[in-house]
Write a protein that binds this ligand. Structure first.
Ligand code: HEM
Length: 139
């Protein structure tokens, strides 16, 4: 890609498939959403409290709230899709040999898939109420 399109009409003229046009739109929307999601996340975990005091109990208390899980799922999904698609653009631009480009993307998607599945399981597969209580009982 010589130069990234700056407007929707430029994007329509640049991309030959609807999928690439949809990714272009998605990158603009998710980029905007991530500004709010990441700053809210940093506020709650870094500024409103001292990050050095974060322990299992704090995380368990936060993840016992359904709203935090939903928020974190959006943060995870947008950060992964936005980041992986951005990396895909770089791979398309810089990895010139077709075979090497193909395998670079296979590794990128595989790692992203594993991170996304593990992250989503971490958020939804455990009872943080019970695990928080069990950790407090140990202390
Ligand atoms: C030093 C800075 C950061 C600290 C101290 C921090 C801390 C935490 C903590 C305590 C949690 C547990 C759940 C919660 O309370 O929401 C968490 C989860 C999470 N954080 Fe951060 N965070 C930091 C930066 C970031 C950044 C920059 C991003 C994304 C660009 C991010 C993405 C996430 C995601 C996606 C989860 C959910 C993980 C999962 O699916 O299990 N964090 N973080």
């Amino acid at each position: 890609m010589a130069r990234a399109p700056k407007s929707l009409s430029e994007a329509r003229a640049t991309y030959t498939t609807n999928a690439e046009l949809a990714w272009w739109v998605f990158m603009r929307i998710s980029g905007l959403m991530l500004i709010f999601l990441v700053f809210a996340h940093l506020w709650f975990n870094n500024i409103a409290i001292d990050a050095a005091t974060i322990d299992y109990d704090y995380v368990a208390q936060r993840l016992a709230q359904p709203g935090v899980k939903i928020f974190d799922t959006f943060l995870l999904a947008f950060a992964m899709l936005h980041g992986v698609n951005g990396l895909r653009y770089s791979v398309e631009d810089y990895v010139r040999k077709p075979g090497r480009r193909f395998w670079t993307k296979v590794v990128l998607y595989a790692v992203a898939g594993v991170v996304f599945v593990l992250g989503t399981m971490t958020l939804w597969a455990f009872s943080y109420e019970e695990m928080g209580a069990a950790v407090r009982a140990l202390n």
